[in-house]
Design a protein around this ligand. Structure first.
Ligand code: MF3
Ligand code: CO
Ligand code: CO
Length: 259
């Protein structure tokens, strides 16, 4: 137990810096997303970048996870392990997820990239997933229920004929990698705990083209795929509850005005 941590102003400042670095790492990684490049190569660049910025990649060694990033392609929902064997090709959609530890503080973010021309279906999936994250973030304000985040995400995605992954969730973050609460992306209206200023957590919807269910690769114990091998997309931000609403700590492109 212990409940949901309310971060102090000093902790918020530290987490803000780590989140900024995590987002900058994704900007840096973008240049390597090209046909013929292995996900291991991209991961190596990410690893170096984080270390050169005096931080530590949180995933490396986390519960035995071996790499500095998760790189999840096409039907991989999340936790794709970078590999020399996975080579990007035209038409692929790719999620890169990085979590930094800077001065002991965690920042967690992921976004979608793609190679060359992608199908209209893939493009739609990415756009809907991006909007799902947007809708979830709009729910962040003091005294709102955590359940309303998943409620609006699930309502929108299903209205678009897509499905929401329920087996992986967002999470409190900042002093540790995964803190309370669990942030579901399929939850019910006005359910769960209430948001309070100083809480920090991720919203990270994974949206599938086909069925919502996933299966973890038996051989590596990590790679989660859609059971029907249809496409999956994800975006993730780390969000702070403020007195007026939210601040998206990993939003270095000012997509979200501070409320
Ligand atoms: N960054 C992921 C998240 O958003 C977690 C990755 S855990 C790992 O929660 F062990 F797979 F790296
Ligand atoms: Co996360
Ligand atoms: Co993440």
């Amino acid at each position: 137990m212990g409940g949901i941590i309310i971060k102090t102003p000093e902790q918020i400042e530290g987490i803000r810096k780590s989140c900024k670095l995590a987002a900058q790492t994704l900007d840096f990684a973008a240049q390597f997303v090209q046909a013929g490049v292995s996900t291991e190569y991209i991961n190596t660049q990410i690893d170096k970048y984080i270390v050169e910025h005096s931080a530590v990649p949180a995933t490396k060694g986390y519960n035995g996870y071996p790499k500095a990033s998760c790189i999840s392609i096409n039907e991989v929902v999340c936790h794709g392990i970078p590999s020399e064997q996975v080579i990007l090709k035209e038409g692929d959609i790719i999620n890169i997820d990085v979590t930094t530890i800077l001065d002991g503080y965690y920042g967690d973010t992921s976004r979608m990239f793609w190679v060359g021309e992608i199908s209209p279906e893939a493009k739609n999936l990415i756009e809907v997933t991006h909007h799902c994250l947007y809708l979830g973030i709009q729910q962040v304000k003091p005294d709102n229920f955590f359940g309303n985040i998943g409620f609006v995400i699930n309502r929108y995605a299903t209205a678009k004929g897509l499905s929401v992954v329920y087996e992986f969730c967002g999470h409190g973050v900042g002093l540790k990698f995964h803190e309370e609460p669990q942030v579901d992306h399929t939850s019910r209206r006005n359910k769960g705990p209430k948001m309070k200023p100083g809480m920090i957590f991720t919203i990270e919807p994974m949206i599938n083209q086909g069925r919502a269910a996933t299966r973890v690769d038996r051989a590596d114990g990590w790679t989660a795929r859609t059971i029907d091998n249809k496409l999956s997309a994800q975006f993730e931000h780390t969000v702070l509850v403020t007195a007026g609403g939210f601040e998206v700590l990993t939003d270095i492109h000012n997509e979200y005005a501070v409320t």
